[in-house]
Design a protein around this ligand. Structure first.
Ligand SMILES: *[C@@H]1O[C@H](CO)[C@@H](O)[C@H](O)[C@H]1NC(C)=O
Ligand SMILES: *[C@@H]1O[C@H](CO)[C@@H](O)[C@H](O)[C@H]1NC(C)=O
Ligand SMILES: *[C@@H]1O[C@H](CO)[C@@H](O)[C@H](O)[C@H]1NC(C)=O
Ligand SMILES: *[C@@H]1O[C@H](CO)[C@@H](O)[C@H](O)[C@H]1NC(C)=O
Ligand SMILES: *[C@@H]1O[C@H](CO)[C@@H](O)[C@H](O)[C@H]1NC(C)=O
Ligand SMILES: *[C@@H]1O[C@H](CO)[C@@H](O)[C@H](O)[C@H]1NC(C)=O
Length: 493
């Protein structure tokens, strides 16, 4: 494990030596990203850390779980980390203090520096559950959340880690409701009455913030009588008047609806973190890069103004985590086909739009030296009888990712049989271009001519197996870097 994080550490030293970087990191420390790994071919974690997070000055990440490869790649990077406890284990953790203790031991303690000083993974939060109160989950997780959080907290205390990290519970914004979009009318959902009070008492006792995920895009889809301008931080938007307060954007109104809800039950002063906020770029109407860029830049500028909200002037959320770092082709599409397209970066680490994260640069740094499979695609052989092809296409789509072909998506309306080829190719790439994954009863044909149609990209997937051998090359790289650093330090001391 040690040799795996040494290159990242050295890279950091190099970055620290190249002057303006350190304070840029500090300045943008209120901004973080969600880094999920629900991908068939994830970008290698070491590449994410050294090629995307550090060069873009991203100082904090929130993880959906405690993936060992991801945590090891963050070791020594100095990046603040929120590790996640999956909803599925809440029941067990709430029933057993022992299970919570081993969860902390296996997924937290193991990654901390041995002496308690520098190095290791800088874990700041343990996020217990992932929107466990989401309305469509019903009562599935609700009874176990506070118990699991309590047992995790006990385990942290026992491991003498309680002063180093906080337990949080990321909540979907449907835990509270308003009437007529008025923030002052905000209140917690009545079915959560008892649980929410217990949760707030727990958070308050341990000095933990309230974490809320804000999802303007899906609210807009549900036509909640809000305008696009209002959601996109446009100055021309018609403000909503609430008593003597005026709201110019959806984000502030959502935060203040939460502040009202907290106040009504006696916790009006609790710190707030936005655990997720973003805009998808494919798979639905208005899920486009230009809208995403407008939303994200509007949000960044608003947060950097530190103006806060009408109910909390000059007191913006203490941290805000963008959703999300990368596209993930295996995320659940139960709530919409756009769910696989939240990335600021494409699955292969390329920025979808320009954005100034407060570092003065208008453009984001892309991942480089990304390793792809061969330039080969699978398409339908239209010289054959295609009368039965739609069954094969549906079959491919049910296993692969056809979300870009939904109405409003980048591959919507590319026509027939191109849409069949799209399905075949996606399936083929997800199966590492194995020859038999392009058979489709003899209808599949492997080609070296890129079949992409306009904006509809027929992608080639990443060579993920190579990530280990790339790491194997690092020791040599490390020696060269060490030599340069020694020389540098020697020369200037
Ligand atoms: C975390 O710890 C638990 C309990 O020891 C274990 O079952 C689980 O696989 C670990 N890893 C993750 C990613 O949660
Ligand atoms: C929740 O609280 C409200 C107001 O205190 C009350 O009217 C309502 O009946 C409660 N609901 C439940 C399910 O306890
Ligand atoms: C929608 O919002 C506008 C402006 O805030 C308001 O005037 C109107 O009454 C609202 N309509 C409904 C159906 O809530
Ligand atoms: C898409 O955006 C336009 C404004 O640009 C808006 O009028 C329309 O209602 C939006 N459609 C959906 C489905 O959100
Ligand atoms: C299409 O499917 C039908 C029913 O399964 C089958 O009888 C027919 O031979 C198939 N046609 C071709 C060209 O494969
Ligand atoms: C492809 O397009 C045709 C015609 O528009 C449609 O009938 C068919 O369902 C589409 N197939 C897929 C896999 O999207």
């Amino acid at each position: 494990m040690r040799s795996a994080h040494r290159p990242v550490l050295l890279l950091r030293i190099l970055l620290l030596l190249s002057s303006p970087f350190p304070w840029r990191l500090a300045e943008s420390a209120v901004l973080g990203v969600n880094w999920g790994t629900a991908s068939s071919h994830p970008l290698p974690p070491s590449k994410v850390v050294s090629g995307l997070l550090l060069p873009n000055g991203i100082a904090r990440v929130k993880l959906a779980d405690a993936d060992p490869a991801v945590l090891e790649s963050l070791s020594g990077s100095g990046i603040g980390v929120a590790v996640g406890v999956r909803n599925e284990v809440l029941r067990e953790l709430s029933a057993s203090k022992k299970a919570a203790a081993s969860w902390v031991h296996d997924n937290v303690t193991r990654y901390l520096p041995p002496g308690g000083s520098g190095g290791g993974v800088r874990i700041e939060y343990i996020a217990v559950g992932d929107e466990p109160f989401f309305l469509s989950y019903g009562q599935q997780f609700q009874p176990f959340v506070v118990g699991a959080a309590t047992n995790i907290q006990l385990a942290l205390t026992a491991a003498k880690l309680a002063d180093k990290m906080k337990v949080i519970v990321p909540c979907s914004s449907d835990v509270y409701q308003t009437e007529s979009n008025l923030p002052s009318k905000g209140h917690f959902r009545s079915d959560l009455n008892k649980t929410m009070i217990e949760l707030l008492a727990f958070l308050s006792k341990h000095g933990s913030p309230f974490v809320v995920d804000i999802n303007p895009f899906s609210n807009l889809q549900q036509k909640k009588n809000i305008s696009m301008d209002y959601v996109l931080f446009q100055l021309k938007s018609r403000p909503i008047t609430d008593g003597h307060n005026k709201y110019n954007n959806y984000f502030d109104a959502s935060i203040d609806a939460l502040v009202s809800s907290l106040s009504k039950v006696g916790f009006g002063n609790m710190d707030i973190i936005v655990g997720r906020v973003g805009w998808p770029t494919d798979g639905a109407v208005n899920a486009t890069s230009p809208f995403a860029q407008t939303f994200m830049q509007g949000l960044v500028n608003h947060l950097q103004s530190k103006s806060g909200t009408p109910l909390r002037p000059k007191r913006p959320p203490i941290e805000t985590y963008f959703f999300s770092l990368l596209d993930e082709d295996q995320r659940s599409i139960a709530t919409g086909n756009y769910e696989r397209h939240w990335g600021i970066f494409t699955f292969d680490g390329q920025a979808k739009y320009n954005m100034d994260l407060g570092q003065g640069s208008k453009s984001l740094v892309n991942a480089h030296d990304v390793e792809y499979l061969a330039p080969k695609w699978c398409v339908v052989n239209n010289n054959l009888d295609m009368s039965n092809v739609s069954a094969s296409a549906s079959e491919a789509c049910s296993k692969a990712d056809c979300s870009a072909m939904s109405p409003g998506g980048s591959c919507f309306g590319i026509g027939w049989p191109e849409n069949v080829s799209y399905a075949f190719n996606n399936y083929y790439q997800q199966h590492d271009q194995s020859e038999d994954s392009c058979s489709f009863g003899g209808l599949g044909l492997i080609t070296t001519v890129d079949p992409s149609v306009g904006d509809c990209r027929f992608s080639i997937t990443l060579r993920t197996s190579l990530s280990t051998s790339v790491q194997g090359k690092f020791p040599f790289f490390t020696i060269i870097l060490s030599a340069f650093i020694s020389l540098y330090l020697f020369t200037f001391s």
